[in-house]
Design a protein around this ligand. Structure first.
Ligand SMILES: Nc1ncnc2c1ncn2[C@@H]1O[C@H](COP(=O)(O)OP(=O)(O)OP(=O)(O)O)[C@@H](O)[C@H]1O
Length: 512
């Protein structure tokens, strides 16, 4: 028996285009695209897809620059019933090429006549057809989206590799639909067509999908931050000029903004959501105080469980149940998602104890793309049950809320002692002037692990801070946990997703 067709956010976008044709759908610094204009682009690109791409080709790659054509291409690919595979123009051609070959696509859409990736494809003589997405028909046909089923793939993302090698994560319409349903209608958020959403993410990062799919499903406006990489000044400008009312951001935006928060006025902000890495409680509380109109949420989730899958609403003052070791709770699983905690041996841990977080439910995919070995290590898929995914994150649960305690791979062993980075980071974070901290272990050739503690602080005497930190930690922690070296940086290096780049932190030690 075949599964029934399901409605997706693309169907909702088509409906909104009929309801609000003249309202802004995509807003860029120098251009606004209305719903009617975006729909016309989508239909035009879909005509090219139908004429150029054989029906049995189920995945299409997109060289994902931040312009209306790219968003229209993504919508057109989905409307044609296929899945999109975004490539990051800021990545080296070699890395994009590896994603292209792994994804096994035969068509690539790109904006602009010649790009690095098109040269690479030609040089490698790969049998990939490259289409310029600006060459589209000006009198497109008018069609509704092709029906899709829950098990059809919606997108294939390659993770950034911040904690390992990039892996392909296929997300199906069933997963995305579960997320959208929970986020838009089951969790009490009151989004409106008059809302203005922030979209600050590269299209290869799944937080981008919530940032453009949610507004387009609602008839709201999606304000796109453009610029190369993650430019936080551009984020601030967009927040202010766009009078943003709903913003999903990474905590690094907060670290960047911290010193300006007293002066920043964002009276239209209704919902601020933070995701992607540990949210420092002090910074979050400051945001809450300075932007009183906004409700503030810490949301958590890996790409494998579709965008995010747990939520904590921060109330002021935070109180001890809202944080652990200076980091805001990741809250409760979203409707349709179940969390459990397992020990190293794979047994359930006792209540209140720490363990590896396992996520199961409708948002969880069932595999790494064409990688049975990694799939077996991370996923458990039993017939008739929703897939379960081992996150590699350590957490514990108390009174229904979950608390993030770091990654399994950040657990460090020094001279036989296990060290939890979170505990050391917590004590360092409490020092005045410190915005962010990271403890990173580095194995020497003789096997000894050197603990490097990085502090992010500016406008401060670095040497005094280093000494104050050393003294403070010595008074709080056993000697085996003390960092061997303390480094103070004006700002932390970030990866393209705006997360702390731990590899770059360690490299900075060697360069400095
Ligand atoms: N609110 C949060 N608090 C703490 N950590 C978070 C939060 N949200 C996400 N994370 C971290 O980000 C991870 C998911 O990020 P993502 O799926 O983008 O993978 P990644 O950072 O690129 O790593 P990799 O490429 O190795 O899979 C989570 O497993 C968790 O470690």
């Amino acid at each position: 028996m075949s599964l029934p067709y399901v409605t997706t956010f693309v169907d909702d976008f088509f409906r909104c285009a009929g309801l609000f044709p003249n309202e802004p759908a995509l807003v860029f610094p120098d251009q606004t695209t209305t719903y009617a204009e975006l729909l016309a682009l989508v239909q035009g690109i879909r005509d090219s897809i139908d004429s150029e791409v054989p029906i049995n080709e189920r995945r299409i790659a997109v060289y994902a620059t931040q312009d209306a054509y790219t968003y229209a291409t993504i919508l057109a690919i989905l409307a044609s019933g296929r899945a999109y595979v975004p490539l990051n123009p800021h990545n080296p051609a070699q890395r994009n090429g590896s994603c292209l070959t792994q994804a096994d696509v035969s068509t690539l859409f790109q904006s602009g006549a010649e790009t690095e990736i098109s040269q690479w494809v030609l040089a490698q003589r790969l049998p990939i057809k490259i289409l310029n997405l600006r060459n589209i028909s000006s009198s497109p046909s008018e069609r509704v989206p092709t029906p899709v089923r829950e098990t059809d793939m919606a997108y294939l993302l390659f993770t950034s590799g911040s904690t390992g090698n990039p892996k392909g994560v296929p997300i199906y319409h069933g997963n995305l639909r579960r997320f959208m349903k929970a986020f838009l209608s089951e969790m009490g958020f009151e989004f409106r067509p008059t809302d203005r959403f922030l979209q600050m993410f590269d299209l290869t990062f799944d937080l981008s999908i919530m940032s453009f799919a949610a507004p387009l499903a609602l008839g709201a406006a999606c304000h796109v931050v453009t610029g190369s990489g993650v430019g936080f000044l551009d984020v601030v400008k967009t927040l202010q000029r766009g009078k943003i009312s709903v913003a999903l951001m990474v905590p690094s935006v907060l670290s960047f903004l911290e010193r300006y928060l007293d002066e920043i006025d964002l009276p239209d902000m209704r919902y601020s959501l933070f995701c992607g890495e540990a949210l420092p409680a002090l910074l979050a509380e400051k945001w809450h105080r300075c932007i009183p109109s906004a409700r503030l949420f810490n949301v958590y989730g890996p790409t494998e469980a579709t965008i995010f899958c747990s939520v904590y609403e921060l109330k002021s003052p935070l109180g001890s149940s809202g944080e652990y070791q200076g980091v805001v709770s990741i809250g409760v699983p979203m409707p349709g998602t179940v969390f459990s905690l397992i020990s190293e041996k794979g047994d359930c841990v006792a209540p209140g104890e720490k363990g590896e977080l396992v996520i199961s439910g409708g948002q969880v995919t069932d595999q790494y793309w064409r990688n049975p070995e990694k799939t077996l290590a991370a996923f458990s898929v039993r017939s008739g049950e929703a897939p379960a995914y081992r996150t590699g994150d350590i957490a514990f649960e108390s009174e229904g809320n979950y608390y993030y305690c770091g990654r399994v791979d950040y657990q460090l062993k020094v001279d036989g002692y296990r060290i939890e980075a979170g505990e050391v980071e917590h004590h360092a974070r409490s020092l005045a002037g410190v915005r962010n901290v990271a403890l990173v272990g580095q194995a020497e050739t003789n096997g000894k692990v050197i603990l490097h503690l990085f502090l992010e602080a500016s406008d401060i005497d670095q040497e005094s801070l280093r000494m104050a930190c050393k003294t403070h930690l010595a008074g709080e922690l056993p000697s085996y946990m003390l960092p061997h070296q303390i480094h103070v940086l004006d700002s932390f290096p970030l990866n393209q997703n705006g997360k702390i780049d731990r590899k770059a932190l360690i490299s900075s030690v060697h360069q400095g």
